[in-house]
Design a protein. Sequence first.
Length: 477
Amino acid sequence: MKKILSILLCFLCLTSVSAQEVKTDKKEAAKSHLKQHFKPYGFIRNYFTYDSRESWSGTADLYNYQPKDRKLNEFGDDLNAESTFRFLSLTTRVGLNIVDYKWRGTEFGGKIEADFYAGLSTKSATVNDVKFSETHAVSGVAQFRLRQAYMTLGWDSLPMLKGKDYARVDLTIGQTWHPMAADLCDAIALNSGAPFGPFSRSPQVKMDARLGKYVTLTAAGLWQMQYLSIGPGNLTSAEYMLYGKTPEAYLGLSIHDKGWLFRAGVDVLSIRPRHLGTIYDGALDKNVTIKVNDRLTTASPFIYLQYKKGEFSFKAKSIFAESGEHMNMYGGYGIKAINADGSYEYTPIRHSTSWISIVYGGKVGAQEEKHPQKLQGILFGGYVHNFGTKEALLDINGDGKYTADKEFYNPRSAAMNQMWRLSPTLLYTVGKFQLGLEYEITSVQYGDGKLNANALSTNGLHWVTNHRVQLMTKYNF
């Protein structure tokens, strides 16, 4: 009996040890799976920013567009010549990359990325029948918002029609960078060079086909969510695309070899600014709401050049944009005709925008494997020229005046003729910590505000300049 009990105890002990080992193995396997396929990342970023005058900007004034024109009072004082300072960390970001899943020759992946961009607003109050309101949305509780969310499918080593080369095809479905905005300049500013270059993330279906070693073809169909077209009443909305029922289309070609990258492409947008309009009915003696078939179709081509070797990097991009406001560039459009059926015909506002960025930098001081040190110098330069509308605007009231609330729609100041920006930067990196100091000078040539039939203000030309000094701290994880 004692022998039987001893055997049973030994069996139970062995079973218990085996169960613990299996449980431990499962935990280790789960940890290994998470480590292999899920790659969390992010950073904590702070900006300390000074501006010498009032400017058009967003994201708590961190996303800088251009200095505002002079606003003179009765004494000749420029009310916009007022300096400001702010300190914010709402661009802190978290993300998750999902990688290395494969099934029967198909590679799967994805990304989810968010930050604390939204939620700040302005306040107003009325005291003794006088209304006071804040000018800058720099206060409030920052809200968590979606930046990117997409899945990827990839097929490698696909045989080509001729030769020994192979093709690779990648499909991206979800919200990510607009193909026109994928090649951003090197700058620590939140706007990454905008409005001198495209800046937009959009819901899309994109295909990249790498044909051999040097050539990639890209095609995409895109929608609008955060970065929107403008329309009647200067209202930005995705409804113009919703009722147009036509996705934005992109087609591009890339050639890459030995540190060089050349890219060219075109973006085509077709929207319906109005799906309802009015027409006067004589029998009823009143305006009647009707369906209208308005449509605006634009094409914006671009070229991009990049070269990298060692510690040196050069990038340059140039775009000729028609109604480029949905990509955070200058844009808008106007009414060129009103038809008898109540529909409008439109003409786009055109801008030429270009930028270059140069980076040089390498190791400094004593190097430690876990805490590499690097000092980089960055130089950014950008230029915008306003060519006005493609065709003459319709003078709706017949008074020779063309205004943004009637004849055309424009996201910011229509009196802007040209603009340039120069921005030198020093960026110091120690391991995962970065410290950046940037000086940004932006100068705009404005007219007197009296626009001609092409929405250009060519009289009373004068320059207005803003000086921005920005300090950035960033900890990557």
